[in-house]
Write a protein that binds this ligand. Sequence first.
Ligand code: FE2
Length: 208
Amino acid sequence: MPFINQDLPYEANHLEPIISARTVEFHYGKHQAGYASNLEVLTNGTAFSDMDLISVIKETVFDNDEAAIYNNAAQLWNHIFYWDGLKHAEKAKTGGALKGDFAEAVKAAFGSEENMKAKLIEAAVSIFGSGWAWLVLDPKTKLLSIVKTQNAGNPVTMDMVPLFTIDVWEHAYYLDYQNRRAEYAKALVEELADWGVVQERYGAAMSK
Ligand SMILES: [Fe+2]
């Protein structure tokens, strides 16, 4: 299976004014495209070329000899997941309360929706250097939590199910926010996160 840079779920200007079309064009069109093409070259003719991305990530995460494949596979998956968690529809712009079992799980883990969002933003701000802040589900305990990963890190390697992520590599925000990462993270969580998508991910994970 070739590792193609699959299409964004919306146009490049769809996330404005929080994330500019210019940022999306560089982030998706240059950085993400680079991960996809690197992975294609690195895996060509290997056993990894027939695997899905999650399998490649799990197979290579603890193997230093395969670090380049791991980094590019994880970065490609993380980016596809990141874009897909951002608003697909107008409704997400106005936020709206979380619903059903997911809302209950958020309340149980964080006390409130506001606190969950605050913790997510705090995690994004506190990552030293490049990485990702995640809302995850532990499939064993069924509890939600927030984790941080450095560089290309992905929570599936910790046996966690990712539900939402914030890319805090500078390429995700520097053109729009320069060094103001907190402003980017806050705007992303409060105005661009598609909680309907996150609820769907939670429901899918809980039904397994
Ligand atoms: Fe990125």
